[in-house]
Design a protein around this ligand. Sequence first.
Ligand code: UD1
Ligand code: CA
Length: 447
Amino acid sequence: MSLALIVLAAGKGTRMRSADPKVLHKVAGVPMVIHALNAAAPLAPERRLVVVGHGGAAVRAQVQAHDASIEFVDQTEQLGTGHAVDQARAALADFDGDVAVLLGDTPFISPDTLSRIRDRRAEGSDLVVLGFEAADPGKYGRLVAQGDRLERIVEAKDATPEELAIRLCNSGVICADRALMFDLIAQLNDDNASGEYYLTDIIGLANDAGRTCSVVVCDEAETLGVNSRIDLAAADGIFQARARQAAMAAGVTLQAPDTVYFSYDTQLGQDVIVEPNVVFGLGVRVEDGVTIRAFSHLEGCHVAPGATVGPYARLRPGSTIGAGARVGNFVETKNADIAAGAKLNHLSYIGDAEVGAEANIGAGTITCNYDGVSKHRTEIGAGAFIGSNASLVAPVSVGAGAIVGAGSVVTRNVPDHALAVARADQKTLPDLARKLRERRLAMKAKK
Ligand code: UD1
Ligand code: CA
């Protein structure tokens, strides 16, 4: 059976107290709405629609940048979740199959849970709702069920005290055949405590029409709905806990797991060792046997097997660190290709550069890549030796096996195997230090 996904993302999210729409707030480096879309990816939905309203242009832009095949429908007035789904009616008029509704502020439903919902549909349940046992049911909608049969959903604001005592809650995910879903939505009214068209009212309507409705239950951690910054931090915490467990289970040593921050796409190979207080930004791939030492910050980079990074290193986007290379303390790389076995051990900035295999970059070496207008490249050949505190003024190249003297300001290319020294010549004046000191002491005594 084919599947169309509708992700609701039109709400303002007042409780976030933010200029940005709620669903663009990030968990593990990615907007929540994209987590919701990613969760459903393994089900291979034929169509994916996002309902946008508040901050719609920004939501569209970010979602489209993530995946250009996603469609959008506008909800100009936020009249409730049922009204939001109704906006997709025309777009899905010819769609033959199931519709699954997901909430853009509920980022962690697992693909496994979503496929259980589909299985339940295949077993003949007309309408399937994803529920969970809430530790604190609070404002969640309550599921009124008799055994396996779901009778209706009552929103907390409209519930009686007996209904409020129910702990089985609505996650917001609802799945039904497209035609049935939109038939039921057409019957909704806004006669309730919020004056909204509640999607959740379709369950009662389906029962009235003799349809079967059932609940698939998942873990509460999957259904955390983010309504405030406090929820956002809790959601990120849940993501981080899962990412750390998964990394360790896959053969990564985390010396102090709670201090390591992952992005949703962080990839760490086997026998990677991560020391305390490391941040993985977006787009990091670290291969087997790499050690990431304490307090390092990595984003948009690839680290090949056996390399060592840090402590206190910063790898910025476009950095590739070759096998066995060493990037030490207070070294920053950006858009830099560091070949196998190269050493950048201390206090350097290497940007828009290529560093050849086994090259040695002395402490304090800087690639001067920016002239105030444009960026320029620096090329350093294999086995080159750059003395400490050199400034390589790009565009410039240092050939294979060449040596650059410490403290040089290199502005012209250095051929292979050449020695370049570009600094003021040293003057040494015998005995002058002693004479100078004696003269100064004599002057002081006269005063
Ligand atoms: C909703 C459910 C509730 C469930 C809870 C789970 C309804 C009526 N209630 O409540 O049963 O327990 O989620 O987290 O469905 N949205 C729109 N347009 C609208 C209204 C909402 O796009 O007109 C979007 C929001 O942007 C948000 C999502 O729908 O992403 C949920 O809306 P929200 O107002 O947060 O619903 P809850 O009160 O949390
Ligand atoms: Ca919500």
